[in-house]
Ligand binder design. Structure first.
Ligand SMILES: [Zn+2]
Length: 316
């Protein structure tokens, strides 16, 4: 009586790969990843599982003690795989391995249009010297820029836990660095709040977009490289960021309960074109560009928000 050998364990690679295609259920997939003798087959099983994730940063599977590190790196590095699959690979690698040299290698080595993958990956690197090295030597310009910004706020985020919410904070020298750090955050889950303190105020980001809990300064702010003062300019635009409806609702709800809340929108500087998050209010306003320091003029209309379970609409 011969032992039954499943097709995915077959020595015939094509046959084994075909079996992976047919495999269903993550338990089967995990079995293949942990027990197949072929790396190609293991990798195909991982990719298959990642393709089914609704969100690329969804649950981290338990692949047991099997070493999938090198397979994940191959997936991340290859632009042949779909972006979602590569992000899932990155999420798993980030969750399971704290191999800094490997992270640095990935950050430095990738040069393709999906550099967003490594940008997110940079967040696991907190050492100033390493970040400066990446800022100088990465192949991809976006990653170099991102590493430079991270090197300005090295170290991990300070975490405060309150109930189910987690508040992450960092300190930056100015609003430019704060907004650059926050705008680069991807995949923010509900009840995660990121805040960057600067001498001119604190900018925050959550799943809905940017927020503030107290006024941020609008004049004579600290700049990266101060420029000569110019006459005020007309801002090019004021746009939503994140989820505008949810953002508006949370501002309205906070206002109704008597708390501080302003609708934060992205203002595009009329002088340099830089987009930066500003607190807005209905009517005329002037805000100083975080990048070049020019005063930007803008106007925003009043927005009526209907708050559920409330008789009155709130004007934001
Ligand atoms: Zn500007």
């Amino acid at each position: 009586m011969g032992l039954f050998i499943p097709d995915w364990k077959s020595k015939d690679l094509a046959k084994a790969l075909k079996a992976v295609e047919k495999a269903d259920g993550w338990k089967k997939i995990v079995k293949i990843v942990t027990a197949s003798p072929h790396d190609e087959v293991r990798k195909a099983a991982i990719v298959k599982e990642f393709e089914q994730l609704e969100k690329p940063d969804d649950m981290v599977f338990n692949f047991g003690k099997s070493n999938i590190e090198s397979l994940l790196v191959e997936i991340i590095k290859s632009p042949l795989y779909k972006k979602n699959v590569r992000i899932a690979a990155m999420t798993h690698l980030r969750a399971r391995y704290v191999n800094v040299p490997l992270r640095v290698e990935i950050a430095k080595g990738i040069d393709d249009s999906d550099s967003v993958i490594t940008e997110e990956f940079l967040f696991g690197i907190t050492d100033k010297n390493i970040l400066e090295d990446i800022a100088k030597n990465a192949r991809n310009n976006k990653i170099r820029k991102s590493a430079h910004i991270q090197s300005r706020v090295p170290g991990g985020w300070k975490v405060q836990i309150s109930g189910d919410s987690r508040y992450y904070s960092k300190t930056a020298d100015n609003l430019f660095v704060a907004s650059e750090v926050l705008i680069r955050l991807l995949y923010i889950s509900p009840q995660l709040y990121y805040m960057v303190d600067t001498p001119d105020g604190t900018l925050g980001r959550d799943i809905n977009g940017f927020f503030t809990e107290a006024p941020i300064k609008t004049k004579n702010i600290m700049l990266e490289s101060p420029c000569a003062a110019t006459d005020p300019v007309q801002a090019q635009s004021l746009t939503d960021f994140g989820d505008p409806i949810k953002n508006l609702n949370s501002v309205a709800v906070l206002k109704m309960s008597g708390q501080y809340a302003k609708l934060v929108l992205l203002m595009k500087c009329g002088k340099c074109g830089y987009e930066f998050p500003v607190e807005t209010e209905a009517g005329d306003m002037e805000r100083q560009c975080y990048n070049c320091g020019s005063i930007n003029k803008a106007h925003r209309g009043a927005i009526n928000v209907k708050v559920p379970n409330s008789a009155s609409a709130v004007v934001v």
